[in-house]
Write a new protein. Structure first.
Lengths: 251, 251, 251, 251
């Protein structure tokens, strides 16, 4: 069973624990977790949950450029590896395990990112994992409170909200792409758009990794200006920032 | 007559044109303008006004680190220079004129800033001087509108407002330094404090040089959170950002 | 037929043209060229030779960190691709072709290297491909002349010498690793060692990519100091640099 | 008495101790030392010698860009300061002393260089002052031995040689500027030229601050190539590097 823990396209955090319990109940199936946008935002107790494979990348919660992947492989997965028939060479995990034990890599790695990783791990250690998780919760709550105060529907319910990204539906009469364009051109802020059939239907506010409370205040302020420019008036001016600052002042 | 064009300590832009007309009426006096925080924010037609000496530095409107000074010296000032009695060596403008003509400098200059200057002048050329001046006007108006909407008194009247910096008096019961501390610690934003007898009485929002509309929205949002945290409730939450975004949406 | 054009481990440049003519004579076989350390050092007329697949990476002749691969695929290879049975996903060339046509990539690429690539391609364009190839020839000749003047055997004959790297056998009584250690510790110059069974038997002087005539002079000078320190006296002091500078002065 | 400790223009290190003893014998005179190119290359026991004023800058032994000056002022000099009549403002040492005590500066300093200074002081601490001085002695000896081996006259005698820079007279038939041009164009190495009446008569090899043994080997190798190109043949090819490497191998 392969699951994407945090769905970047919709801002939904899947219930890893419950899904995992069903996989475990099956007995034989492996659980393989795409944790690319959840690691660094929420705690993933890999060993405690007995997750078989958990994979992530350098470019999200680790806050550095893309180019490194991190894969945790458990004993049951290694057993499956031994009998797996799929031909493999460059992406052969066994090679990486073998060379990793000798503190090297089977192929030329992006060495520049090793330096970046060292720097970012120090930053993460300084902030502390618990604080990092709490910050992501706070950024998520702040963003969602602000969006609600602007009268815009959130794409997913609070119960499954991802601490990495918040998907928002614009007012029906406004194309999400127009909001993105104004916010980008005028304020140099990149909001993600909807993918495939959601294009134009939603925009997404990322709050994963190197993001601060200040960035959320800024994004909400910019969003207010963009909505106003596009003629949307169903909110008290400043209500988004007011809601955001209320959450921040209380936390 | 030596005047500071833009008073950084109070956020006041002196009326250079009027003062200059009185100096010119005198006939003999020179006008020497400290334009450190006005060059790059407002137009200073040096030749048209017949300003004798205009001095600025690299670290304000030019947006690069401190270390370079720019001095424009007119014919009348050079005449005064010839008969000036003050001993001089390192700061002898004549040396710089002489060596400048040979494309060199009399003493070792901070060469690293020459590269920075080249980069920043290209940026300024790309944006265009008129656009730069307009941006500073817009940032000033936005900041002032937001501060008024929060019910806080501006330190100087609109008629003499500096496009470089806005000085604000906090609510009487709140020490300006406390606002600065929260905004700095929580949002990593540096507001300037009051100097000398104004310490604690005002705080100042800089908008000179490498500052965007986004930065002002951010600063106002952060200010709202800080005021709320300090118990100041005499404003509708979000009113500052609402006022700011109104100005931005209209400009 | 898969061939490594420039053998980094031995400093040998394989005769691509001849090998290719045999492959072409066969009629059906594809020729797949690992050009990682030859592209950027010698001309590879891919279309003229009708090479089916030519692959390189960002970290050699392109002078930027590892992380990007460049693969040229000819029509015959694409035909083979259509019927190939090997399962593929991340390394599926077809995905890259399809997305490349839309100016995007199927998976998150190391975007930081795109900026580096743009910078390095401008540098290469400024120097000119012919000049780049000539520089590599000159560096190779200079290095080989210097090594001969020091009385050390070159690992491969001149006729098949690689313009990317020169492998050298140390005097029999001296471990190549000792030379590498001195040159590294004392002069901060990285010479490559021998791989596998050649470890200790050879050392290698790289001259691929961002390497200048000055670097070769420096490496040879450092090598002379190291040899002297290790008690090797079978060369006139300075002979290596003298030979190198003779080649440079004449070219 | 104002003396320049290390004369950059001629590569001569003045005998500070002897000159100082005469100044001290006078009783009243102050000794003011321009140590710009000696601090960081040789030990200057300011207190022990009772030097009244010692001045240096950031751009030489400290290895960072120009922009900071360091001035040590002794008690006798401060007494003279109290009664000095020369008008002063920006360069008034008293202002710096007063503000320095409060950990600030009287005028806007080049803050970027404060960060650079912190980095460079850590580097200097890691290397150790004694090692830094020894390195400069070694670089000086190496350079001088190499120049002698090339048959070129050194501008100053060994007894007064500066560990910061070595001035060399080219062969009579060769203009020093031509040597500098080749070495710069071909090898991207900047040799200093002669100043004023020495222009064309000497060139100077700097070895102050961020300079390693490797750099000297490189410079000598490049010099050999340039001399050969200019038709100077009165030296055994490689003799300069041979002499340099002999000194390095022995030290």
């Amino acid at each position: 069973v392969i699951i994407t823990h945090s769905e970047t396209s919709t801002g939904v955090l899947n219930d890893l624990e419950t899904i995992n319990s069903y996989v475990k109940a099956h007995g034989e199936a492996l659980i393989i977790v795409d944790a690319v946008t959840s690691i660094g935002a929420v705690n993933i107790p890999i060993d405690e949950l007995g997750l078989d494979v958990v994979a992530s990348g350098s470019q999200k919660g680790y806050m550095i450029p893309p180019g490194l992947a991190f894969v945790a492989v458990g004993p049951k997965a290694w057993t499956a590896y031994e009998t797996a028939k799929l031909p493999r060479y460059y992406l052969d995990l066994g090679k990486y395990r073998k060379d990793g034990a000798k503190n090297t890599t089977p192929f030329t790695p992006p060495v520049n990112l090793f330096f970046a990783l060292q720097a970012t791990l120090r930053m993460m250690q300084d902030e502390g994992l618990e604080n990092i998780f709490a910050r992501h919760q706070r950024l998520m709550s702040t963003t969602r409170a602000a969006v609600k105060a602007l009268g815009l529907p959130l794409f997913g319910p609070d119960a499954v909200a991802s601490p990495a990204i918040t998907a928002v539906a614009p007012p029906p009469e406004i194309d999400a792409e127009k909001i993105r364009t104004i916010v980008s051109k005028r304020f140099d802020i990149a909001l993600a758009g909807g993918q495939n059939h959601l294009k134009g239907k939603i925009f997404r506010i990322g709050h994963l990794g190197f993001v601060s409370e200040r960035d959320i205040l800024t994004a909400i302020s910019a969003l207010e200006v963009a909505l106003r420019e596009l003629g949307y008036e169903a909110f008290t001016p400043g209500a988004g920032v007011a809601a955001a600052s209320r959450v921040l002042a209380e936390s």
